[in-house]
Design a protein around this ligand. Sequence first.
Ligand SMILES: Cc1ncc(COP(=O)(O)O)c(C=O)c1O
Length: 451
Amino acid sequence: MPDHETGKKSIRASAAAATGAPEVKASSGAAEKHRRYLFPCAATYYEQPLTLVRGEGMHVWDDAGRKYLDCFGGVLTVSVGHCHPEVTDAIVRQAQTLVHTSTLYANPALSDLAEALARVLPGDLDRVFLTNSGTEADETAVLLARVHTGVQEIIVLRYGYSGRSMMAMAASGQAPWKQAGNPVPGFVHAVAPYCYRCPLKLTYPSCEVACARDVEEVIQTATSGRVAGILAEVIIGSGGFLVPPKEYFQIVADTVRRAGGLFIADEVQTGWARTGKMFGIEHYGVVPDVMTFAKGMANGTPVGCTATTGAIAASLKPLSFSTFGGNPVTSAAALATLRVIQRQKLADNARALGERLHAGLRDLQRRYTVIGDVRGLGLMQGCELVKDHKTPDPQSVGRILEGTRRRGVLIGKGGLWGNVLRIAPPLTVTGAQIDELVAALDASFAELPEA
Ligand SMILES: Cc1ncc(COP(=O)(O)O)c(C=O)c1O
């Protein structure tokens, strides 16, 4: 029997074991093959890589049959729980009906999704362009802004992340993600709204949100005075869950619009109820000109989406094409995900359970000095770990990840120095599960050498 067949069988057997059937084989060999055949840059979490073989609701199982409470959801992507029956059913039905068309033909799954999106998007944003990833969604937004305004320069934020294409790399504001430097010109980086480590050494609110006012200075000193727009994450995600002050986006959007540009809100992480509102930007009382989505929008099937108004969308003339963008199967998954979010009022759950999680993390902060900062909105909560007066402490982050894994809980990490715990469970999480997560964190912090 070929190796890959053996592997498949062992995965199935392990998954079966997780549901109570007898365990057949302890390891699928997937981690070894990952290491052997993928680019080494496709790094995995943990000292011993974790192989996941099955997911259901809030839980995933590894290839030894061990069950974990998933509090990272594949990087804020599993929004309504693993293999949600309604989403799975929509995928299966669509896969049995029509898998592929390309954008050269209309298909009902995409058209129904686009109509549903137009109803839920803020203001008069009612036009969408579907792609396959957040990177492509941001690429589309930047292209749109440049063509619409006839200007090249785009403001982006330090500590930001836009993806792994050449353009997205240039737009990003973290050295570890910029291996090719700035391969695409036209991006200028404003200071980040990073209150815990204010780049301007000020304190909110007496700072009068000077970071937002920096955008004006950047426009006046680093551009021609006119810009195509600003591309900004509503909460800087991979940069460590940096939450801007409440006045930030109003100031920034006004400034950029006065310079002729568009306000592009990257909602790849904050969209679809994650922060306790359908879109993160709703916390700031501003309607963007363009929004980008991906991750949680389709509960794990590959998707990217750029939304804007009819007038702005009209700037991009034919031809623009995406082979897989708006794929019927992904579109069916996205629509089903949206319906679950709306019907189960998951934004409300994210707000209430996010508050419970935040309170639990604050309590840990009072007891463990390694926790320098706790921040977040809804079910997007970060803990920045530090030693000796704010020195980033990525070693402790590594230990906490290992400790929580041993206790059957998965969380993520991020930040420029890798010293921020990122916690973002599916929106369906329960109060008991939040308590289980906080208990696993507590026990893991208690184990740290300096605790
Ligand atoms: C805010 C943000 N924008 C864009 C991207 C790129 O998305 P993708 O990895 O789907 O290309 C990411 C990915 O993490 C992201 O967090």
